[in-house]
Design a protein around this ligand. Structure first.
Ligand code: SAM
Length: 275
């Protein structure tokens, strides 16, 4: 039976998606999980009522969270993904021939299982022998590991439920320690307009830890406000000065020109980050 899903971030604002069919749903030990067929965006993963990934525009988010840090590091071999249970980020990381191994730490096995079954176009990466899925809490994982990764990508849900601590300063400090000497880190850091306080606090936390800290933006139509941010922290490499290209990496959205342009911020956001 068709119905309207309201993905609301505040009592006064929400994103409405018409749902034609609920394909699968489960109350997991961590969150409510649903796979739905939407009228406009095709099949989608929804966690605790929040749109995570849709067939229509997932490539935008997954390409931008993966290729910007991977083209900033000259030779990414070992990559850690925290979250990423739909597999889309891992799929993009695997396009880089230098990558030898991806450790993907996902707290909820039900997400991986449901995406493997119902969203094969994003979950195809899980069949690659270079991908090592670890079911556990990303907060704990980085607390216990040092000097292991060239790139860490935090592809988490929004700061609700199990993801709250993935937006904390202690977590970012442990990510720093988990990275090798010249490591690069990126996290999805929510809407810079709608989650202003979070976005600003996270930026300053990361900036207090990483010598190179930069925000980049993109537009993801199925996300609330559409306007979305990523925050990159790097121990040494600079995303614009050390940027490299590899025409072998096939993409649908990311381009070398966009890599350079996405770091150009509107004055209002520069001002917010300068405060
Ligand atoms: N692309 C989506 C987005 O931008 O919102 C998110 C991708 S993925 C679905 C987010 C994943 O983070 C979920 O599968 C969730 O279970 C996982 N997650 C949340 N908190 C976590 C934690 N503390 N450790 C590991 N994974 C976590």
């Amino acid at each position: 039976m068709a119905f309207w899903l309201i993905d609301d971030h505040t009592p006064g604002y929400g994103l409405m998606l018409r749902i034609d069919r609920t394909v699968y749903s489960e109350q997991t030990p961590y969150q409510h999980l649903a796979i739905v067929d939407t009228t406009e965006f095709g099949r989608a993963l929804v966690l605790d009522g929040i749109i995570q990934t849709t067939v229509a525009d997932e490539f935008i988010y997954h390409e931008m969270i993966a290729h910007v840090p991977l083209f900033t590091h000259p030779q990414p071999r070992h990559v850690l993904i925290i979250g990423g249970g739909d597999g889309g980020t891992a799929r993009e990381v695997l396009k880089h021939s230098s990558v030898e191994r991806i450790d993907l730490v996902e707290i909820d096995a039900s997400v991986v299982n449901a995406c493997r079954k119902y969203l094969p176009e994003t979950a195809c990466a899980f069949d690659d022998p270079r991908v090592n899925v670890i079911y556990g809490d990303g907060v704990e994982y980085v607390r216990q590991r040092r000097n292991l990764y060239d790139v860490v990508i935090v592809d988490s849900s929004d700061p609700v439920g199990p993801a709250v601590e993935l937006f904390g300063r202690e977590f970012y400090s442990n990510v720093y320690a988990c990275l090798k000497e010249n490591g690069v880190f990126v996290a999805q850091t929510d809407s810079p307009t709608f989650s202003k306080d979070l976005f600003q606090r996270v930026y300053h936390d990361i900036k207090s830890i990483f010598p190179v800290t930069m925000v980049y933006l993109t537009c993801i139509p199925s996300y609330i406000t559409g306007f979305w941010s990523f925050t990159l922290g790097s121990k040494s490499y600079h995303p614009l000065k050390d940027f490299r290209e590899d025409p072998e990496v096939e993409t649908r959205y990311y381009t070398p020109q966009l890599h350079q342009a996405c770091f150009v911020l509107p004055k209002s956001i520069e001002k917010l980050l300068a405060e």
